[in-house]
Write a protein that binds this ligand. Structure first.
Ligand code: FAD
Length: 499
């Protein structure tokens, strides 16, 4: 570790020489959910010089602050990368990812739900069990509903609250009541690590404001932390085998003692591939010199396939400060006591419509996706293939989630608008309907996973000075949303770098 004085000398040298080179102890690439937490925690030590590089813009657009708005998830919004992707053969879509300070936490649904104990324990990585992760979840949050509970934080940067009072949409108690009448257990605190069931969804939307990790972790500014928005990284630079820094798209070279990629589960493997780290045949085909053979980069990742079940109610519109999602039922589709499917209640209509929606999701899929390079130009998007629903096991469980959603509607939640009864009753017809309405929950995980790509300290195998810290490292997508876990990864990465 360099001393503060030697780092300061380096920076002054750069300014005086007008050469676009800088020197830092750590450069974090990507100011998203994990990156903001990591950079801020590293900079708690004022002697450490940390640079946080973000490809997207600085200040949040006003529509990002409104937790009731999902406007930035539409293609064309400046805070959305909008990646073209194939969900399955013949099913092409555009996948949103946050672009700008806060990353995906600045545009997401603000559902703040931890992985289940079965997820972390199932990864089988030393130091990453549920018990190991819990302190990092706790450190990140300030749970306003559970002050003093030992499994919750009461002073972390991210405030968390469940819907109540005026902010509770009338459909939410009906959803919970319908689940109870159908015999599903209650899950009163979805972050307690208990058995799956029906419960309110905790949110980091507070008083109508989506609190991104940029707002939570980067204020007030820390002395040792330099944050540079509009600074897209093009590749990692090496000194022999060792990572020595990064090159920006504009040609600027940044030198650092340690490089941490936190660019998210699409851009991180993309940057590794652009830097020559990945499956050797794919790299050669794309014309990238091989720096380090790592066949796992961009391979065998997972995400949750979803379909939305539209339904009508006579309810008044949601309170302006209410978050879009209010409750979820997690359940076992037959052989997974930790809950491999989920039905989630969205209480705001999409795109000016009037219907509300149940998001029916497969939370522990068999199917695995690939991200591959199509060009050596960092501006050209990689090819993203989700390969969803490849197994009958996956298809059966997603059908089950939809039928449970329909049961909840029949049990008093609302009037199903689609699919029709004859479609719902036929596996073959329902598979066709799913194929026509398939979507993704945007929880991509495992594209630079612990095991094949990084070790338990998040170090890229065979590349000293280079680590990964975002949802790319999770061996399998958790059975719940990934936002809180991404922040916990950032928190844990900070302790690993400081060790
Ligand atoms: C629309 C949407 C809704 C979601 N809703 C929820 C939800 O409600 N609850 C939940 O649990 N999960 C949700 N998720 C998932 C969750 O938000 C993400 O899994 C999580 O935020 C990912 O964190 P990350 O740190 O891995 O990546 P990100 O937060 O995506 O951060 C990556 C950052 O790196 C930057 N970057 C990329 N490339 C470069 C480069 N070349 N140079 C410099 N910077 C770069 C990006 O601009 C971005 O700021 C949602 C995701 C999306 C996209």
């Amino acid at each position: 570790m360099k001393s503060a004085r030697s780092c300061a000398r380096s920076v002054i040298r750069c300014i005086l020489s007008h050469v676009p080179r800088q020197e830092f102890d750590v450069v974090v690439v990507g100011a998203g959910s994990a990156g903001c937490a990591l950079a801020a925690r590293l900079a708690d030590d004022p002697a450490r010089r940390v640079l946080l590089l973000e490809a997207g813009p600085g200040g949040p657009a006003p529509d990002l602050l409104d937790v009731g708005s999902l406007a930035a998830t539409r293609p064309g919004h400046p805070s959305n990368w909008a990646y073209p992707a194939q969900l399955r053969p013949g099913c092409v879509t555009t996948v949103p990812r946050g672009r700008g300070l806060g990353g995906s936490s600045a545009i997401n649904g603000a559902n703040w739900v931890r992985a289940t104990p079965a997820d972390a324990d199932g990864w089988g990585v030393p130091g990453w069990t549920w018990a190991d992760l819990l302190p990092h979840y706790v450190r990140s949050e300030h749970d306003l509903d559970h002050p003093g509970a030992p499994w919750h934080g009461d002073r972390g940067p991210v405030s968390v609250r469940r819907p109540s009072g005026d902010l509770l949409h009338p459909a939410t108690p009906r959803f919970l009541d319908a689940a109870r009448r159908l015999g599903f257990p209650a899950e009163p605190d979805k972050n307690a690590g208990g058995a799956p069931g029906a419960g309110l969804v905790p949110s980091n939307g507070i008083d109508g404001v989506r609190v991104s990790t940029a707002q939570a972790y980067l204020h007030p500014p820390r002395a040792g932390l330099v944050v540079r928005p509009d600074a897209a990284v093009a590749r990692v630079l090496f000194d022999g085998d060792r990572a020595r820094g990064v090159e920006l798209l504009d040609g600027t070279v940044v030198e650092a003692g340690e490089v941490v990629l936190a660019a998210g589960a699409i851009a991180t493997p993309h940057l590794l591939l652009l830097s020559g780290i990945g499956p050797p045949d794919d790299l050669r085909t794309a014309g990238v010199p091989v720096a380090r053979e790592l066949p796992g980069v961009g391979r065998d990742w997972s995400d949750h396939p979803v379909v939305y079940l539209p339904f009508a109610t006579a309810d008044p519109p949601a309170h302006p400060h209410a978050s879009c999602v209010q409750a979820a039922l997690d359940l076992d589709a037959g052989a997974d006591p930790a809950g491999d499917v989920e039905v989630m209640l969205f209480v705001r209509p999409f795109d000016g419509g009037t219907d509300l929606h149940l998001m029916c999701a497969l939370q522990h899929p068999d199917s695995r996706g690939t991200i591959t390079l199509t060009s050596t130009d960092p501006r050209v998007r990689p090819r993203i293939s989700y390969a969803y629903l490849r197994t009958e096991h996956d298809r059966r469980r997603l059908r089950h989630a939809i039928r449970v959603g329909a049961d909840l509607l029949r049990a008093g939640l609302g009037v199903r608008a689609a699919p029709a009864g004859d479609v719902l009753g036929s596996d073959h017809a329902l598979d066709g309907w799913i194929a026509a309405h398939l979507d993704t929950a945007q929880h991509l995980s495992g594209s630079a996973a612990m095991g094949p790509v990084v070790d338990a300290q998040l170090r890229v195998h065979g590349v000293p000075g280079l680590r990964v810290a975002d949802t790319s490292v999770l061996p399998v997508v958790p059975r719940r949303g990934t936002a809180a876990t991404a922040v916990a990864v950032g928190e844990k990465a900070a302790t690993l770098l400081c060790a």
